[in-house]
Design a protein around this ligand. Structure first.
Ligand code: ATP
Length: 353
């Protein structure tokens, strides 16, 4: 497998070969060979055949490591490709989505104040091509985003959908947070961002072999994370209008409904309502948290008195003890830590549904 140098998209005149009713978009596919514990690489000959059969103007590149998909997506859109398709899991999708925009400057978007709040400044989006369309062929271990968009039937069906007419406008999340060195950072997300034990779970799941499959890999990682986790005290501001203070196991800021390999953490979260759902899992003891672990798969954790749900366009989270460490998790990746502020760009992303 090799990385393809991105050539510009074929000129639009090439479309004259197609029927007038065709909605075909010139498509660039970015595949992560290691996603799904190597399944993308294994299945590539079949995937390539299906992609070529369904998409007359298509080219490919394989990622060579973390963050490469973002660079590939940016380059593809700059050179005229109209649709960019991620082949992989939620991490690959997140990286591709980040490549739909010019790299945001963290200190233009957010500022950190003396009390440890990340304040919103200028969040104007700079899309590389405002008409560009995002596609997904979900082959990941966890594969949580595909559950929210109903792409459960497998790669062949997902590829067929790429040639359809329908696109769906999805909300895009953005978060300002601190990177590992304590500097302000910002990144976009499409599914779920969270802070607390989930960051530890993901760090553990990603650092070990995922060949057990999504649910089992995340379950094992969750058990390991519990062994070293201590709940953190946080203050939360919702839309700058209400403030909450609690000791928490985890906070999830959800655009989609699922995370952690099928946990239904945010039932009813909508991908296009312009709001984020905040699920606060309060000061649960370890036995309570372990019992709740099975409830989350059914969505019944919301009935627990220490779990609360809120909706807002902006969710700001500050650590009461600044020395506490709570990793931030974005679409299954851990780019940094709390404090953080989460925002939503209403229907900013065109997704081939
Ligand atoms: N060529 C590569 N070699 C190693 N890692 C890569 C490569 N390309 C991308 N990555 C990294 O692989 C990681 C996992 O990708 P992804 O999340 O898509 O798959 P997954 O973990 O199997 O699925 P899911 O997130 O749905 O559980 C990402 O963090 C990405 O940065």
């Amino acid at each position: 497998m090799r990385c393809v140098t991105i050539r510009g998209a074929p000129p639009a005149a090439a479309e004259s070969a197609m029927t007038e009713t065709s909605t075909h978009l010139r498509t660039f596919v970015i595949a992560n060979p290691v996603a799904g514990a190597g399944q993308v690489k294994e299945d590539w000959p079949l995937l390539e055949r299906l992609l070529r059969a369904n998409l007359p103007e298509v080219d490919f590149a394989f990622t060579e490591g973390p963050a490469h998909a973002t660079l590939l997506a940016r380059e593809a859109l700059r050179t005229g490709w109209e649709m960019v398709v991620a082949v992989g899991g939620d991490g690959t999708l997140n990286e591709v989505v980040n490549g739909f925009y010019e790299r945001p400057e963290p200190t233009t978007c957010y500022a950190l104040d003396d009390e440890g709040w990340v304040l919103r400044r200028d969040l104007s989006l700079q899309p590389i091509n405002p008409d560009a369309v995002l596609g997904l062929v979900p082959i990941g271990t966890g594969g949580d985003f595909r559950r929210s968009v109903g792409l459960m039937a497998g790669a062949a069906e997902a590829i067929e959908r790429l040639r359809g007419r329908e696109t769906r406008a999805l909300d895009l999340g953005q978060v300002g947070f601190l990177d590992a060195r304590g500097n302000l950072a910002t990144r976009y997300f499409v599914n779920i961002a969270s802070g607390g034990i989930s960051g530890v779970v993901d760090a553990m799941a990603n650092s070990t072999w995922k060949g057990l499959g999504g649910r089992a890999s995340f379950a094992v990682a969750t058990m390991r994370a519990f062994a070293k986790w201590k709940n953190i005290e946080v203050e939360v501001r919702l839309d700058d209008t209400s403030e909450l203070r609690d000791r928490v196991l985890n906070l999830s800021v959800a655009n989609g409904e699922y995370f952690g390999g099928g946990m239904w953490v945010a039932p009813g979260a909508e991908l296009d309502d312009g709001r984020l759902q905040l699920i606060m899992m309060g000061d649960l003891s370890r036995p309570q948290a372990l019992r709740m672990f099975t409830d989350i798969y059914k969505g019944s954790h919301l009935g627990h008195r220490k779990v609360s749900r809120h909706r807002a366009r902006q969710v700001a989270v500050r650590l009461v003890e600044p020395s506490a460490l709570a990793l931030v998790d974005l679409d299954g990746e851990q780019p940094g830590k709390l404090p953080a502020t989460f925002n939503v760009h209403h229907r900013a992303l065109q997704f081939k549904a």
